[in-house]
Write a new protein. Structure first.
Length: 829
DNA sequence: CAAACACCTTAG
DNA sequence: CATCGCTAAGGTGTTTG
């Protein structure tokens, strides 16, 4: 099995030998139990057949390694369950797909066990998959005890059971929440699938793809969660019992329900309480996230192994688009055959899960066909005439079109009255006046997209997904948000939580080898008049969404910078902590951190020499969070932060660009009357607020010494032309500007300069650069550099920021302005 | 008038 | 006891400079 070719060969023959039993609902069985029993027998038989065939083809004798072992694989493993299945049966073992059968399982393979699995598997030999691979490698059955999965809680060291996590200030809250959040899982799975796609794409498509035409197959599980959870639960017939997946019993979302339940009017997204009114017999089952992932892996490997797709585009955990190269001999018979082949392959590889397939000449038509094919079937939208195509599209509802959601649907109906089917919209848009009305309501791009869809064609986004999937699936932003169970009492709570949330996102940034240059903080604020306790337990209720971006001016992967920026942004948004119902952080404008700054261009490498004597790292990549905030334990239950009181006192007057008028200096008398720990609390808080408030603009205008003299519109002669005299902060003489810069550096050695000021200053230099006035730029940079050097012994964080600013933004301006100038000019500084 | 920004919408 | 309302991307309208 060490041989790569042999391994591939195994995969191919493994699939060929699966019994062809997937002719959808026509499988004859009288009850679930019997079906289950038959299914298992068939599987056993096929395993044995496969083993025999393999032995014959490869002339190997009867394997005995795992003889007598009946093995079940739990959760996500490496190698995958699919691969382990092959390994086990090829070496004489028996593979069990379910634990619910009568035959005793001798071993369970798992990488980790959660608390509930730990207790339910207590009487089994639970081992890691290495037991299988190592045994095969050594050619003998190794003692299972050496591969025993001891305790997961020891491995993870965290209590992530939501029931034991008291509230959002619990250090394990974020983990506990995400572990149970279906939406988090959906997003995360998508992230992984896209990531894998991009990685595989580089390997398998490094040759440029010719401008190919495809036939698209949109493949989607029928009520995925419901199917999988029902199979795990094992008690109900998915075709006879109404089933829904949800956490709770009352105001809890139904994430997936089967078609029996839908026949009662139940739908996804409905609360359990209302669903039960429609369908009192509805069975509510739990999520089985590990199993969803395992089945999805089988699903994707099945799609790749069929061999009819040039490319399989990941849409989600249970949904993919297969792209088949178009050939001249395409017939509807051929497409029919391919659809059935896909359905059978998935059914067999996943051991009994049904998918539906939609097939068409565009991504859009494949999607609409899928809708028609559901459930447990397929449909092909292949038309000879435009009229036929229009007729097909016309009978769908507006909301069936991708991109038309609840809100857009409503807007269109409000504008045009009751537009039921797409045909109604087609008729409306015959008149140009209606087209402009539609543009007013949903915008020009959306209108254009709709018009393209009316012809059964793909919009630009779908085209770019298909033509340039590598770019399309590349990550452009990273974010995290939690809008559930968020309840804060003090600004301190917020800071601690923000730090944890930032840590979560920072880890993703680090793991993806990325740096960010722009951070957004997003808050959900309890809407005016909304009840403090919303109908849904711990829910966010009706909220207003607020957000604020911050440009860092440099690419960073520094946890400290990121966390402190988030805290600053929170203060700028000025939402009282107790009104916060949701909180999120986003990173935008990402760059690759592997691409070492110095490598990129000769210029940068040389410019870093400017500061070489300081022996500083030349990028922002060193960044381990020094310590993760631990929760402050309240002194007593009625404890309210003195920071909040202090804050409230200054909340009344609001005159600055920011909503808070915070004193520049802390009142010493006020401070000295406070206990020491409270003093510290205020000082640290004050520091962050100071940064939020600090802006060179406001500061300078407030400062009477720096009252701006109105400069006359003088012009300097440069390069034989008249150029307008530039000014920075209303100051125009070089001397005045230098003084300002020195003050600026002095004022910001501790906390670093404010981004707004940096931008202001850079744009001033840019203008100078445009005019080729390098000597002035040089002079100004030199002024800053000298002043920063003067402060060097102070060892403040702000100095670092100044350095980065000089290297990253000022020197490039200089280089750009005079590319022919030798770099020793820079050294003349 | 382009870029930046805040906010909205969608999908699964 | 309840309950686990995420996240990336594209669009729109307004402000800014």
């Amino acid at each position: 099995m060490n041989n790569k070719e042999e391994e591939q060969d195994v995969t191919a023959s493994f699939n060929r030998n699966e019994p062809d039993i997937a002719s959808s609902s026509s499988v004859g069985y009288s009850g679930y139990g019997e079906y289950f029993h038959n299914k298992e027998l068939q599987q056993l038989e096929s395993d044995v057949q496969f083993r025999q065939k393999y032995q014959k083809e490869h002339r190997v004798s009867n394997p005995t390694l795992f003889q007598g072992c009946t093995i079940y694989v739990n959760g996500r493993t490496n190698p995958t369950r699919f691969q382990l299945h092959k390994l086990i049966i090829l070496h004489g073992g028996t593979f069990k797909h379910y634990l619910s059968g009568k035959t005793a399982v001798t071993h369970i393979l798992a990488t980790e066990l959660n608390a509930s699995k730990k207790s339910s598997f207590a009487n089994f030999k639970v081992v890691s998959p290495e037991w299988v691979t190592e045994s095969i490698a050594r050619g003998k059955l190794l003692p299972w005890q050496d591969f025993r999965i001891v305790q997961v809680s020891r491995l993870q060291g965290k209590i992530t059971d939501f029931a034991t996590v008291r509230n959002c200030m619990d250090p394990n809250f974020i983990n506990a929440f995400f572990k149970s959040s279906r939406l988090h899982h959906l997003s995360n799975w998508k992230f992984q699938l896209r990531d894998n796609f991009v990685k595989e794409f580089i390997l398998s498509y490094n040759d440029t793809i010719p401008d190919q035409k495809y036939v698209y197959f949109h493949i989607d599980f029928d009520c995925f969660f419901a199917q999988v959870s029902a199979k795990i639960d094992g008690k109900y017939d998915i075709h006879a019992t109404p089933i829904a997946i949800s956490h709770g019993i009352n105001n809890s979302d139904i994430s997936s329900c089967n078609y029996v339940a839908r026949s009662f009017g139940v739908y996804n997204g409905m609360w359990v309480s209302s669903a039960l009114k429609l369908c009192p017999d509805l069975k509510i089952l739990d999520y089985e996230f590990d199993e969803y992932e395992a089945i999805s892996n089988l699903f994707y490997s099945a799609l790749k192994d069929i061999g009819i797709f040039k490319m399989v585009l990941p849409i989600s955990i249970d949904e993919a688009i297969g792209c088949m190269l178009i050939t001249p001999d395409i017939t509807s018979e051929l497409l029919t055959q391919k659809c059935m082949q896909v359905r059978n392959a998935v059914y067999n590889v996943t051991q009994g899960y049904s998918v539906s397939v939609g097939c068409g000449p565009s991504v859009l038509l494949a999607r609409l066909a899928l809708r028609k094919g559901k459930p447990n079937g397929f449909h092909i939208s292949w038309f000879d005439t435009v009229t036929e195509c229009h007729a097909f599209i016309d009978h769908f509802k507006l909301k069936d079109l991708p991109g038309i959601g609840y809100s857009t649907d409503l807007k269109i109906k409000e504008q045009f009255g009751n537009v039921q089917n797409i045909s109604d919209l087609r008729d409306l848009l015959e008149r140009p006046s209606n087209v402009s009305k539609l543009i007013k309501v949903i915008g020009s791009k959306n209108t254009k997209k709709l018009q393209i869809y009316l012809d059964g064609k793909d919009d630009d986004e779908s085209i770019s997904m298909v033509k340039d999937p590598h770019t399309y699936f590349q990550k452009k932003s990273l974010s995290v948000e939690i809008n559930y169970a968020i309840r804060f009492k003090t600004i301190d709570d917020v800071d601690i939580f923000l730090e944890r949330l930032a840590l979560h996102l920072w880890e993703k940034l680090r793991d993806s080898n990325l740096m960010t240059r722009q951070i957004t903080l997003k808050l959900m604020k309890r809407a005016q008049g909304a009840p403090v306790d919303p109908p849904k337990f711990m829910g966010m209720g009706k909220c207003d969404a607020l957000s604020k971006v911050s440009n860092l001016g440099t690419n960073t992967q520094k946890f400290g910078t990121i966390a402190s920026e988030c805290k600053t942004l929170f203060r700028i948004l000025s939402v009282p902590p107790e009104e916060v119902r949701g909180i999120g952080i986003q990173f935008h404008r990402l760059t690759d951190s592997n691409q070492k700054v110095g490598q990129k261009s000769e210029q940068r490498e040389i410019t870093t020499d400017l500061f070489r004597k300081r022996d500083h790292p030349d990028d922002d990549i060193t960044n381990e969070p020094s310590k993760v905030a631990e929760p402050h334990t309240p002194v007593n239950p009625t404890y309210t932060s003195p920071v909040k009181n202090y804050w409230d006192r200054h909340l009344k007057r609001s005159i600055t660009p920011f909503q808070y008028d915070f004193p520049d200096q802390l009142d010493p008398e006020f401070m000295s009357n406070l206990p020491k720990d409270v003093q510290e609390e205020i000082t640290s808080h004050h520091k962050v607020v100071k940064k939020a408030n600090r802006s060179l603009r406001t500061k300078l205008y407030d400062d009477p010494r720096k009252q701006i003299k109105q400069t006359q519109d003088l012009h300097f002669i440069h390069d034989g032309r008249l150029v307008p005299q530039l000014s920075f902060q209303g100051l125009s003489s070089a001397k005045q500007i230098s003084e300002t810069l020195i003050d600026w550096v002095d004022a910001t050695v501790e906390d670093g300069p404010h981004e707004k000021d940096l931008e202001l200053f850079t744009s001033y230099l840019d203008k100078l650069a445009e005019q080729g006035r390098c000597h002035i730029i040089l002079h100004l940079i030199k002024t800053i550099k000298n002043r920063v050097d003067d402060h060097y012994n102070a060892n403040h964080e702000g100095l670092e920021q100044w350095e980065y600013f000089l290297i990253r933004r000022l020197i490039p301006i200089l280089n750009k302005a005079k590319p022919d100038v030798k770099f020793n000019l820079v050294f003349d500084l």
